[in-house]
Design a protein around this ligand. Structure first.
Ligand SMILES: N[C@@H](CCC(=O)N[C@@H](CS)C(=O)NCC(=O)O)C(=O)O
Length: 208
């Protein structure tokens, strides 16, 4: 394994995007200093943080002199650099494309569905909750069928696809999107949670 430099993850403890990066670090057995960014105080819009990510969003990873923002970019970087067996980011072009498909879903339907519904309920975000719930169930109907066919999203072992989709799916009930009718999804969540190095994100009661 490539020697890790001083890794620092700037994150917010209730941010699913931050947890995605934290989970990847932990699954790869990498220790990192966790630097809390208080979004409620607007720390992410201060010059010091904007110098790390002009979008003013967590997570941001620092690896020595390298600074990387965006959760998907961070997990790709970590796997590419530190997962020398290519378990999480397969080298085979077809498998890699299959994983990339799910990274797009994580930045697309997962963000506008369950992540948005949770933002409304947990952070009082002014978004259309009904629309986010509807999009969540459209996504979970597809996920349920995919996960009924295999233990993980791509192949028989976990990949970045599972890391990217895990957090906002597991925490969907906080946005009033129950998972009771999705048994294959719940089985998959348990398999991810049983992986060596798994770390959970803090659960919040929904404010509905
Ligand atoms: N595409 C980004 C999205 C990150 C994101 O939405 N972060 C939220 C917290 S979960 C944030 O920093 N929100 C503050 C803001 O946008 O002002 C990623 O994947 O990292």
């Amino acid at each position: 394994m490539t020697e890790a430099q001083a890794l620092r993850l700037h994150r917010f403890s209730l941010s699913g995007h931050s947890h995605r990066a934290e989970l990847m670090l932990s699954l790869l057995g990498l220790s990192a200093e966790l630097v809390d960014v208080d979004l409620s105080k607007g720390e992410h819009k201060q010059p010091a943080f904007l110098a790390k990510n002009r979008f003013g969003q967590v997570p941001v990873l620092e690896d020595g002199r390298t600074t990387i923002s965006d959760s998907n970019a961070i997990i790709v970087y970590l796997a590419e650099r530190y997962d020398e067996n290519g378990r999480y980011w397969p080298r085979d072009p077809v498998r890699r494309a299959q994983v990339q498909r799910w990274l797009s879903v994580a930045a697309g339907q997962l963000a506008t569905g369950p992540a948005a519904a949770r933002r409304v309920r947990v952070f009082n975000a002014q978004l259309d909750h009904a629309s986010a719930v509807r999009q969540s169930h459209e996504l979970f109907s597809v996920l349920e069928k995919e996960l009924a066919a295999g233990p993980f999203l791509v192949g028989d072992t976990p990949t970045l696809a599972d890391v990217a989709l895990y957090t906002y799916t597991a925490h969907a009930p906080e946005g009033d999107v129950p998972l009771d009718s999705y048994s294959a999804i719940r089985g998959w969540l348990s398999r991810v949670e049983a992986l060596p190095g798994f770390v959970p994100m803090v659960r919040t009661p929904a404010r509905s």
